[in-house]
Write a protein that binds this ligand. Sequence first.
Ligand code: CS2
Ligand code: MG
Length: 402
Amino acid sequence: MKITDARVVVSSPGRNYVTLVIETEDGLTGVGDATLNGRELAVAAYLSEHLCPMLIGRDARRIEDTWQYFYKGAYWRRGPVAMTAIAAIDVALWDIKGKAAGMPVYELLGGAARDGVMVYGHASGSTLEALSADFQAHLDLGYKAIRAQAAVPGLDKTYGIAPADNIYEPASGNVPQEDRWETSAYLDFAPAMMRHLRDEFGYGVHLLHDVHHRLTPIEAGRLGAALEPYRPFWMEDPTPAEDQSAFRLLRSHTTTPVAVGEVFNSIWDCQQLITERLIDYIRTSVSHAGGITHLRRIFSLADLYGVRSGSHGAGDLSPVSLAAALHVDLSIPNFGIQEYMGHREPASKVFRTSYTFADGYMHPGDAPGLGVEFDEEAAAAYPFDPKYLPINRRLDGSVHDW
Ligand code: CS2
Ligand code: MG
């Protein structure tokens, strides 16, 4: 089954996406998501200038060999650009394999290990009242798990606050927006926000919160302890995870579950956190951590140590990425939860998907392959529109983690 074409489509239907299309001599087409928010063209070039020419003539059935070929063949290993590019190829080849077999990808991965994939939505608000209204709206939609983010009083911009009429999108402008941050204001506010939600909505819904890498390890331990009465499903990215041994300090101060990994791109990034049980959920995504092939390796390692999956699924991961994630989520034994923000329109004009949402659960559908039709002609109507993620600065002007 020789590959006859491999091309990169950069488009912006609602937001920027990079989509890889692979075609075979048999007329089969597979798609992969190569979107890296704020660095889209780096991955597009890595693919179109370097990897796509090497794909022509390769056997599309040899997914593992292709993964190893591009991972070890580059010599320069790991990193978000290279691993997102490899991920897109991997996912597109799994899409082709499913179509060739006439089966949805999850059937190739061992079949369904559960009836549905529990997802969490994003509730946010510039005030606690607005947050409550959005939280209620997600409950009305049937979500069993909801992430809560609210503006921190005294800070003019806070991570994660969606506009009232649309899905949250952090990337904006041709130069990064500059946010201001003060940890003490956040540490005073976050427990009050969680208490407010538990007081209003009780404990029958899973409540998640994203700290977004902003605390020191001891501050994260302090926050985790303060949140314990509100029983969070998890505290996400409590402290930057390049310093993985820092999580030993965090773990010694709190039993609040910890979720890390959306910025990781290989199993080696996750290894210490998993094998030392320093986290409870690993958040690596199918589109940034080497594709289906590598993500399953990460989740298999996690399974050995009682760590469950909790994959990243923000709106800047395309519908192709979400579809692939759902196939993996459905099939693994240690699934935890899947992020589902949805995608800004007119994404559905370009990506026609088979996945479904009902009563807080999703399913990838049973169309052969991933179940996503990518409309290149429609995509051409939405040209790339450079956007960058914000820069975060402390009140003294020094750069902080965003
Ligand atoms: C966030 C993301 O969804 C999440 O958990 O961390 O919104 C993240 O900020 C974006 O994906 C970055 O592009
Ligand atoms: Mg996050």
